[in-house]
Design a protein around this ligand. Sequence first.
Ligand code: ATP
Ligand code: BTN
Length: 319
Amino acid sequence: MSTLLELLRDGRFHSGQALGEALGVSRSAIWKQLQLLEAEWGVVIHKVRGRGYQLASPITLLSSAEIERLAPGNGWVIKVLESVDSTNAEALRSIERGCPAPFLVLAERQTAGRGRRGRKWVSPFAENIYYSLVLRIDGGMRQLEGLSLLVGLAVMHALRETGVQGVGLKWPNDVLVGQKKIAGILLELVGDPADVCHVVLGIGVNVNMQNAEEVDQEWTSVRLESGKVIDRNQFIARLSEGLVAYLECHRLKGFSAIREEWEQNHLWQGRAVSLIAGVNKVEGVVLGIDHQGGLRLSVEGEERVYSGGELSLRLRDGS
Ligand code: ATP
Ligand code: BTN
């Protein structure tokens, strides 16, 4: 499928015959593939009698060679998939098969992209970034402290460098522009966190997406914020370089070295919030985070720290 897209991606017209000849298949096989691209992958294709087929807008596909060229030196094996259930799920399967970490799994689309607590991450073809970096952790719990918060900082910087203004963080794992979600982070862990384990840093960034009716909360994308079509390979290279720098700082100095910067970029610092854990709700004011990335809240005049993957933060009315 991607070979056909490669041929079409220049945004020019291509006849069915020329496409068939290039791929060594019949014109009707090309027609079927184009139907599938439209129906299943949501790619819009213009069909004009006598001229052939043209993509409604040119597409730049992900390329591991291009990413390696733009961000050389980190030595990660990069696996680019056309379509996958979830890059995090694929990363976990690769760990099970014994693939040596670090490695990176990217996909053009996800059919079962996942957020926290089994929520769905909307993942259309060739528009956004679906990124799962696998690391082997053998330094015990300390190396895991605040890891998802650190990833948020790296994503935030990559977005700023790409021209998104007003981007900031929401504890624990959201990257927002104002109230709108532009990126989400999902860490998944296998093994023994106190000894040797693997962690998957799953990152979804809305890059060129302009419509997504299925997303049931406020959202935005780099394109909507900056007005520009973004080269995803470039963004991935930038994000990877930022991540490497933060991971190195975290490895050498621990999360405390990053804590202050995180608080400075927390959009809800000092705000009145509700912290929700299932049916339980705590009301307080955000003081910041602690040295392990836990949320510090002032609750009835007392400081309390909360951590764990099942917590959600909401602003209280009038905050
Ligand atoms: P929290 O519960 O921490 O307040 P949240 O409501 O954003 O955060 P998450 O589990 O972190 O929930 O993220 C999953 C949610 O993100 C989905 O339920 C959906 O509302 C939203 N979502 C899904 N796909 C996208 C997307 N591509 N862009 C922005 N938001 C999305
Ligand atoms: C969230 O905000 O709930 C987290 C969303 C994380 C989405 C990314 S996309 C790449 C990786 N693969 C997944 O299935 N999820 C993460």
